[in-house]
Design a protein around this ligand. Structure first.
Ligand SMILES: [Cu+2]
Length: 124
């Protein structure tokens, strides 16, 4: 019983921190593990932002690689994932360099079902 009463003041701030962190990541998918069977590495990864799909839907890059999204559709879209957010734009490009391995799912917050994934694998 002594142990529990000592722990309680420590756990309350932790629970609060977890709620705050979850709130910040409301629209960005969580980073997941990269599956073993991902496709070949894209050396110059460029993703077209179309209406309403990313092309290609998935890219595979090594850590430290910059990925570029190019707006080619007629409608406005955004690119929102864990640690990156293009903002809504109708033309132009957005780039992000991925420094940690993981499966970075991302979405267009304007169009449900418009999503893609960047698989970041350790450099050779
Ligand atoms: Cu969109």
């Amino acid at each position: 019983m002594i142990g529990r009463s000592l722990l309680r003041p420590l756990l309350a701030p932790l629970a609060l921190a977890a709620v705050v962190l979850a709130g910040c990541a409301s629209s960005a998918p969580a980073v997941a593990e990269v599956p073993d069977d991902v496709g070949p590495v894209s050396t110059e990864p460029v993703v077209a932002v179309l209406d309403n799909v990313y092309d290609p839907v998935e890219v595979v890059v090594e850590v430290g690689t910059e990925v570029t999204w190019v707006w080619e559709g007629r409608a406005a879209h955004d690119v929102v994932g864990e640690g990156f957010d293009s903002g809504v734009q109708g033309t132009g490009t957005f780039t992000h360099t991925f420094e940690e391995p993981g499966a970075y799912g991302y979405v267009c917050t304007l169009h449900p079902g418009m999503d893609g994934t960047v698989y970041v694998i350790p450099a050779e």
